[in-house]
Write a protein that binds this ligand. Structure first.
Ligand code: CU
Length: 327
């Protein structure tokens, strides 16, 4: 019959496609900038936190399972179409039930789902349970920008201590500053302002629709807990490379965490349709060394201190011992 030949052709074609695709994809992954999507990208952004590493692994294993199932269904359909076509099989069988077959096609998919369930639930709990936080940051969604606050906290010797709360807002860098007709002086100003904010010697690279005039700055290898809320409508706080996506809901705090294992700049975008400028409230996270963070914190505390009426974060008044990192 032609089925063996047909399936061999499919497998060979798939093999060729993979052989051609895999080195290219691996090459692209090696060259890809960390923390943002690139043109022609296949697959997920490179992982930079434990949650995203596990998500990527789970995604890749599911891809194998789903491919095998799809191929099986494709081959079965092919067999039906060819072997039982009218000319080859003029008098169809009248069989309408087969107990064992029915038990099998119910039980096997259930077994596959149960098999998938265990790693899936493990991952769900891993994402959900914040390990002891070494730094807590509050992120607030506004129409249409994000505001960040570093509340007063003492997270012990290994963690970060914030003696005086500070906060700042992050507005998207204007679209006009990108492209051939951009005003180069205005663009240079925006880059210089960002560089001053980041307190770094290196000129930051800025990306259209992803960069903001300030960035969340966190130290590398530090467990960061985000408390996410909104001041107006639903937003969603996401950074793909860190594997978190959490709704920002007015009147309540949602909690998520990440632990960046590489320095670099990581981007995300509001992921809940929140109004006309939903696409223009990106999230930019700068992961720096612990020493750089300490220097940044020093300067930023001076420049962006939240004092008295400016203090938007209630944790400040609850005193020591009740900071979220000390639970
Ligand atoms: Cu939004």
């Amino acid at each position: 019959m032609g089925f063996t030949a047909l399936s061999r052709t499919i497998v060979t074609a798939a093999g060729l496609a993979m052989a051609a695709g895999v080195p290219a994809a691996a090459q692209a992954a090696a060259d890809a900038p960390v923390g943002r999507a690139v043109d022609g990208q296949l697959g997920l952004q490179p992982a930079a936190s434990p949650v995203m590493e596990k998500l990527t692994g789970f995604h890749d294993s599911l891809l194998v399972i789903i491919t095998l199932i799809t191929l099986l269904v494709f081959v079965l359909l092919g067999i039906c179409i060819v072997r039982f076509r009218k000319s080859a099989n003029p008098t169809p069988a009248k069989t309408s039930h087969n107990t064992w077959l029915e038990v099998a096609w119910t039980a096997i998919p259930v077994a596959i789902l149960v098999f998938i369930m265990f790693p899936s639930f493990n991952l769900l709990y891993f994402q959900d349970q914040t390990p002891k936080a070494e730094l807590v940051i509050k992120a607030t969604g506004y129409q249409w920008y994000w505001g960040y606050e570093y509340p007063e906290q003492d997270n012990g010797a290994d963690g970060v201590t914030i003696e005086e709360p500070f906060g700042f807002d992050a507005f998207m860098i204007d679209d006009d500053l990108f492209g051939a007709n951009a005003d180069s002086a205005a663009r240079a100003d925006a880059v210089a302002d960002l560089q001053t904010f980041l307190n770094t010697d290196q000129t930051p690279e800025i990306h259209r629709l992803l960069d903001t005039n300030t960035r969340i700055v966190v130290p590398v290898d530090t467990t960061v807990k985000f408390l996410v809320t909104s001041a107006d409508v639903l937003h969603s706080f996401t950074v793909p490379s860190f594997g978190f996506k959490i709704d920002a809901i007015p009147g309540r705090f949602n909690e998520t965490w990440f632990r960046a294992n590489r320095v670099g700049t990581y981007y995300g975008q509001c992921s809940e349709l929140c109004g006309i400028k939903h696409a223009f409230m990106p999230i930019a996270v700068e992961v720096v060394s612990k020493q750089q963070f300490a220097a940044w914190k020093e300067r930023t505390t001076r420049e962006y201190a939240l004092r008295d009426a400016d203090t938007r974060f209630a944790l400040v008044s609850t005193g020591p011992g009740s900071a979220p990192g000390n639970e």
